[in-house]
Ligand binder design. Sequence first.
Ligand code: 26V
Length: 803
Amino acid sequence: IRSDDLSLPEPTPEHFRWSLLHHLQYTVGKSPEHASKFDWRMALSHAIRDRAVNPWFASTRRTWAEDRKRVYYLSMEFLIGRLLEDLAINLGLRDVVVEVLDGFGLSFADIAEDEPDAALGNGGLGRLAACYLESMATVGCPAYGYGLRYEHGLFEQRFEHGRQIETPENWLAEGTPWDFTRPESAYQVGFGGEVAEEDGHQLWRPRSRVLAAAHDTPVVGYGGRWANTLRLWAAMPNADLFDLARFNSGEFAAASEPEALARSLSRVLYPNDTTEGGKELRLSQEYFLTSASVQDILRRYLAAHDDLTRLPEYVAIQMNDTHPAIAGPELIRLLVDEHGFGFDAAVDVATRVLGYTNHTLLPEALERWTVDLMRKVLPRHLQIIERLDTQFVELQGSRPDPVRLIGGDQVNMGDLAFATSHRVNGVSALHSELVRKDLFPVHDELHPDRIVNITNGITPRRWLRLANPHLSRLITDTIGEGWETDLERLRGLEQHADDPAFQAAFGRTKHLAKEGFAGWLADEHGIELPTNALFDAQVKRLHEYKRQLLNILWTIAHWQRIKRDPGAGWVPRVKIFGGKAAPSYHTAKDIIRLINDVGQVVNNDPETRDLLRVVYPPNYGVSMAEKLIPAADLSEQISTAGMEASGTGNMKFALNGALTIGTLDGANIEIREQVGPENFFLFGLTADEVAARRAEPDHARAAIERSQPLQDVLQAIAEGTFSPDETHRYGGLLDLMWNSDWFLVASDFDAYDAAQGEVERAYRDPQHWQRMAILNVARMGYFSSDRSIREYMSEIWDIAPAL
Ligand code: 26V
């Protein structure tokens, strides 16, 4: 039987209805009368998944037949969210699905909402990987995403008396309809043990081995013209790990212990986006992902080729930050120890295959492993890194204080990743410059062509077409279809920016999105919002450098001003916060509690209720973002300049017609250039000024003493205005504000206040505001992740699109 003989008939409503009922009966095992929402969702997911298989097979077959170069995107995180509607849209099935479900009295939105998010990531880095997968499939770049199939994704967040409480996330509890288990694609990954020398060859004898089992999810591009694979590894104990004799003699727990240890490799996503250092499990997870993936890559290459020196012509491996940076030593190890390469030849091949993307300059987030831990877990890799270090020092000639891959007792994974890659990229223009100047100046001098910039992007399918159907329809009605895959076409909206009828229509789409979000918030959290207010949103991981603290301090100042002069014609505002703090990040958790405490007071103040609200719905994630972002009028992108590598939320908001209030940081700079400085609320110190200000002694105290509004705010907090039952609750935060303020909240406070004043004035003139918002949408085409991916393909991977 040829696969073509099995191809499905046209997805007419009749056929799709049959397919849905077929899966309900034969896959789910239910009849329509007894089917729950879950049952319908599973049946629907399978009916849609069926339609992904043919494009998937066709793409795979073509890649083999044409012997194409493939990219392998190695990432510890893929923050996917839901897949049902994404697939329905990309396969062109959404309308049919809605019609068929309607025939059963079912709502597509309602069923889609039942799907749990695949939250296999922390934030920006993980979501970027998910956008890039979708774009690679859309532009026809043959690619595999490689990651871990965490049993528990990012923890769930709730608030108790305003405090963050974490509970385990359990997305696999009811099974996922999307993945195909591939028991035949399984690899042994070794850990520990020692290295023996055998007739001049180094031989690693691991102490234990864990099985990596593949689970594949098809990733379908827009229009269903190409599909790639996301391959996630699950850790499986080897059969011999289970001690049946012990179990039979009643020692149940002891018999299962080695098994449980093996499974822990894919048990849970690390919720920190800064290293805690010395965590053996984290290093083991990273090696588990990397080793299984590299083995799989070589197996696939050798199925069609025999000369490994030509690997770089057919394989590009991209390392998403340093988390998979052990890929360099692993590839070198396999080439030398198992394929007879000399060391230098192996390094040459590995370097031409590998690329490294840096996503942060924060020193505490740069990975370093102690030599002792490395020796314990990966003794052979340590030998290889030592030899690379020696060569790297030699390359630096007589430089007095050479950069080391191993410095003191630590392996520097950033330096290692740089040394084993032919390209290293930052994620925005400013960030790439700082990567060059601050992070890798010596590497850059030795390899001046290695560092390149690839500014981040977002997929317009999920972040406009799916998330904002009202605006999408208006856009299509105005400029026609095609913007979904050619986002620069949004420029066609510019000519309508001054048209009052278009402005009104545009305003209606924003209002509908606000009602959608407000309705969800009321249903889900019992919070009622005034939809005539300005929706002002800051949603992202909690971090001091992102300065949620600046936002909430200003909110207090604003509240105090309203109370002083309630009749001054204030624009009603809703301050929306969302985001999780790492469980061990105490300052970030204090900031969350302060925001919730301020909300308690402000929202219950009868004098200000109609003019100011503070809401913080718990458990922000991809699915909440899809509802919130289209509803926002104002996007808060207020990080300390030089600290946010790029940001991608900033792009999602602007693409959906929110105006940005922001600093000259990360991609904000490029967004402002694209949309025009007159359509962006800029404030704050520049990256250079930040460095200078930090060097001034007592800058925090000095800045506070210059600002009466800020003093009033800090005093209110100190007096317990927001914590009447515990006056000194925020003593720690206040101490940070007065005595250190590394993130320059005080230094930027007045400038931020002035910019918020500009926002207020602009919003009072609806036509003016609408015009600015329309121009933002029209000029955001550059930030499509399709553009980013095409740049990776030409600047780093040397891959031509198959479409
Ligand atoms: C580090 C670690 C250390 C160990 C535990 C788990 C973990 C997870 C993540 C990280 C690094 C996170 C870096 C990151 O997310 N950077 C963000 O990347 C975005 C995409 O390029 C970018 O838009 C954001 O500005 C940047 O903060």
